[in-house]
Design a protein around this ligand. Structure first.
Ligand SMILES: NC(=O)c1ccc[n+]([C@@H]2O[C@H](COP(=O)([O-])OP(=O)(O)OC[C@H]3O[C@@H](n4cnc5c(N)ncnc54)[C@H](O)[C@@H]3O)[C@@H](O)[C@H]2O)c1
Ligand SMILES: *[C@@H]1O[C@H](CO)[C@@H](O)[C@H](O)[C@H]1NC(C)=O
Ligand SMILES: *[C@@H]1O[C@H](CO)[C@@H](O)[C@H](O)[C@H]1NC(C)=O
Ligand SMILES: *[C@@H]1O[C@H](CO)[C@@H](O)[C@H](O)[C@H]1NC(C)=O
Length: 321
């Protein structure tokens, strides 16, 4: 058989496969929705306990990271509070120790440095024990110049918000694999699925971490590591950071949906993590919107999002340039 004929047959086979999949899709959606409903009703997926485990929470010196550290401590987990800002980290440790009877310690580390994370792991294992919970939360939110950012700022954003996840995985995953259990929680953003104009580095890093965790989840399944859970969190705007609140005030975001508080977010994130959920959107309603909008062709998706938000983005651009 000639190569051309063979290629045509393979393409035909792929096409028929796709048609079959499209025909089955309504049935698959029904099964997925039903199994989700049944799981909710019978609590099939009971939350796991993390009492006595050790968690590393990056960027835990402020905002969402601090709230997650406190929530994990409430569940009886010992906490390594990691931040580049030592006084912020120590402040979080104090808050934990005021309320909970777990061990907590502050560590200074820059998540963009693989070397610093290797050192961090050595110290945490010595002080608290092997790490089985990793929360990738550290991030820089906004460029000083939003509309026309400095190349150095763009690179920093990518280093902190995208590259660092490779370093934390390299450093902390081997122990989890050896112990055959663990939780990895990565804070992405709804911006990873609903792109934000004039925040392309943010949008890019968030879409990147989302895809990274998807591939990692598949690797864990292929390696039969069913007790290593990988959870990606896609929050809308949070009330944790004053720069963000300023931005959302400019854009009138709260008229579309109220901002979520750090405590509310942390509660939902830790509950979902303990149930082994793959993706958590905040608010939950956004997960439906994100799925519905994917059905449209790309140009229609752009148009639909702009229909809702173009005046807000124009206002933002005019104010910040
Ligand atoms: N605030 C929002 O509206 C919002 C929305 C969606 C997603 N998120 C995500 O949630 C996460 C937390 O947001 P937040 O509002 O609490 O942020 P925040 O700015 O309040 O806190 C971030 C913390 O990370 C630390 N940090 C920054 N760079 C670091 C580095 N290189 N190494 C170690 N630590 C570092 C900072 O010192 C700070 O304590 C971020 O990943 C952010 O992208 C936030
Ligand atoms: C570090 O954290 C402290 C305490 O939370 C805060 O007052 C300070 O502004 C932070 N410094 C930086 C550079 O973010
Ligand atoms: C963290 O590392 C990055 C990249 O190496 C660097 O640009 C940044 O200034 C560092 N941050 C701190 C607070 O040391
Ligand atoms: C970087 O990550 C932090 C923490 O996840 C997030 O708050 C911030 O919005 C991110 N910024 C960008 C530009 O991706």
């Amino acid at each position: 058989m000639s190569e051309a004929v063979r290629n045509t047959l393979v393409k035909l086979q792929a096409f028929i496969g796709l048609i079959g999949f499209a025909a089955l899709t309504p049935l698959l959606i029904l099964v997925a929705v039903l199994s989700r409903l049944i799981a909710k009703l019978c609590c099939c997926s009971a939350p796991k306990s993390i009492e006595g485990e050790v968690a590393v929470v990056t960027g835990a010196g402020h905002g969402l990271g601090r709230a997650i550290a406190l929530e994990l401590a409430r569940k009886g987990c010992h906490i390594a509070v990691v931040d580049i800002n030592v006084s912020g980290a120590e402040n979080t440790v104090k808050q934990i120790q005021d309320i909970y009877r777990v061990r907590a310690k502050a560590y200074k580390a820059n998540v963009t440095s693989h070397g610093e994370l290797v050192e961090l792991n050595t110290k945490v294992v010595e002080d608290l024990g092997p790490v089985t919970v990793l929360v990738n939360n550290a991030g820089v939110m906004l460029h000083r110049n939003m509309i026309d950012p400095d190349p150095v700022d763009v690179q920093l954003m990518i280093d902190v918000n995208l590259t660092s996840h490779f370093w934390t995985k390299l450093v902390f995953l081997p122990t989890m694999k050896a112990l055959r259990r663990g939780f990895i929680v990565t804070i992405s953003s709804l911006a990873g699925v609903f792109p934000l104009p004039y925040s392309t580095s943010y949008t890019t890093t968030k879409a990147g971490t989302l895809a990274h965790m998807r591939a990692l989840r598949m690797e864990m399944a292929l390696e039969n590591q069913k007790d290593i859970h990988v959870t990606t969190v896609l929050p809308t705007f949070l009330r944790t950071n004053s720069d963000v609140t300023q931005l959302t005030d400019t854009m009138g975001v709260a008229e579309l949906y109220p901002l979520v508080s750090g405590e509310e977010a942390a509660h939902r994130i830790v509950a979902g993590m303990l149930r082994g959920e793959a993706e958590i959107t905040l608010p939950g309603l956004a997960s439906l919107l994100y799925r519905l909008i994917q059905i449209f062709p790309a140009d229609w998706q752009d148009r639909l999002i702009l229909l809702l938000s173009s005046s807000r983005f124009k206002k933002l651009r005019d104010e910040r340039s």
